[in-house]
Design a binder for this molecule. Structure first.
Ligand SMILES: Cc1ncc(COP(=O)(O)O)c(C=O)c1O
Length: 397
């Protein structure tokens, strides 16, 4: 059967390929330690699960969810933004509940992009940004994120002919995959730039709560005029270890929120209500779990960065987010280095090039690996250095 061109042209989702490779290794009886996927390994905190179980017992929540999502959750989102970022949101007009941030990211171009329009996409990037634009019939212009520019896009070098056709500007801080952070001055500049060029800003911010050494990431919504030009996608996935429950939100510009709501009410029937109650509990209940998880990630980050540097893989400790963005040693491409680690010591990392052309020269390692796996992973990385020196020894003898 012939599938539509939009599907035939779609690359397989990044982690599907990685998971296939891991499965092949496991089928050969080999153990694999994976630093690939950013999926929190720690469980959802118990008070959130208790609320979920309680809500699951109530037959009202066995029926279709309310069209606009529960007011209790939308108000909890607004309350959290006020408390955490001092940002005021109208829970009816400026908050939209999502089936995870990915839901909103995948659908927003259908609200803004006509065939031939351009989306400005950072490179490297979370893979859904370009794909969702392609599905909407648009084209992407890639903005390089490099170490020299602190992994922030240089907006001033985007050509005029691109800007004339550009409709969306994607940004994402704390950044996946580079681990970079942005300050409020950068977000203020983005707002001005969007106003000048009539762009809709989509800020993807699901990692604002994962931060280290006392650093507190800012929200794009804190920038002056942010609500006039854009929305922020956020999620409970990483903050509260809730990737499996699929719940997130978009907040900000009323027109963008409304367009996404119109689209989504035609496509899906909302988020199971018991999960919405659990999410409301996450935002309004005790927040100490976040600090507890961050302390664990920080310890893992430090161990990982230390071992990487000791084997000649240059890495800086990120201030926030779940990833270490490490430089591939000389003589390898990112794919070659990732393959070498997998083949020689059964360690999975993600090649930077999988996140875009400018990811070449790097690999991404996630901190969401349970401690037992981490210890094994670290000693295998150390072993990799020995396989290298054995190789050199063989060549010289
Ligand atoms: C940058 C970025 N945006 C969005 C998402 C999707 O998050 P969610 O689980 O809320 O759909 C991820 C998940 O890894 C991500 O890394």
């Amino acid at each position: 059967m012939r599938m539509a061109r939009r599907i035939e042209n779609l690359p397989p989702y990044l982690f599907i390929e990685i998971n296939k490779k891991i499965a092949e290794k496991k089928a050969r009886g080999e153990t694999v330690i994976s630093f690939a996927i950013g999926d929190p390994d720690m469980p959802t905190p118990p008070h959130i699960i208790d609320r979920l179980c309680q809500a699951a017992q109530d037959p009202v929540n066995h029926r279709y969810p309310e069209d606009d999502g529960l007011a209790e959750l939308r108000q909890a989102v607004a309350g959290w933004y006020k408390k955490r970022f001092d940002v005021s949101l109208d829970a009816d007009k400026e908050v939209l509940l999502l089936i995870g941030a990915k839901d909103g990211i995948a659908h927003i171009p259908l609200c803004l992009i006509d065939p031939g329009d351009i989306t400005l996409v950072p490179d490297p990037h979370y893979p859904v940004y370009p794909v969702s634009t392609m599905l909407a019939g648009g084209e992407c212009y890639y903005m390089p994120l490099t170490e020299e520019n602190d992994f922030l896009p240089d907006l001033d070098v985007i050509p005029d002919h691109v800007l004339k056709k550009a409709r969306i500007l994607w940004i994402n801080y704390p950044n996946n995959p580079t681990g970079a952070v942005a300050d409020i001055d950068f977000f203020n500049r983005v707002v001005k730039f969007a106003q000048q060029h009539d762009l809709a800003v989509c800020h993807d911010g699901p990692y604002t709560e994962i931060a280290f050494d006392g650093y507190q990431p800012v929200s794009f919504m804190q920038a002056d005029g942010a609500k006039e030009v854009g929305v922020e996608f956020h999620s409970l996935s990483k903050s509260y270890n809730m990737t499996g429950w699929r719940i997130g939100m978009a907040v900000g510009n009323t027109a963008m929120i409304n367009a996404l709501k119109v689209l989504k009410t035609n496509l899906d029937s909302g988020i199971p209500q018991a999960i919405q109650y659990a999410a409301a509990e996450a935002f309004t209940g005790p927040q100490d779990c976040i600090q507890k998880h961050n302390a664990i990630y920080q310890r893992r980050r430090d161990l990982l960065v230390e071992i990487l540097n000791s084997i000649g893989v240059e890495a800086k400790p990120p201030k926030a987010g779940l990833y270490v963005w490490a430089k591939v040693p000389q003589g390898y491409t990112s794919v070659e280095f990732a393959s070498d680690l997998l083949e020689k010591v059964g360690v999975v990392v993600t090649p930077g090039v999988d996140y875009g052309k400018n990811g070449e020269g790097y690999v991404r390692l996630s901190l969401t690996i349970p401690d037992a796996g981490l210890v094994k992973g670290l000693s295998r990385l150390a072993e990799w250095r020995n396989t290298k020196s054995q190789l050199r020894l063989k060549k010289t003898t």
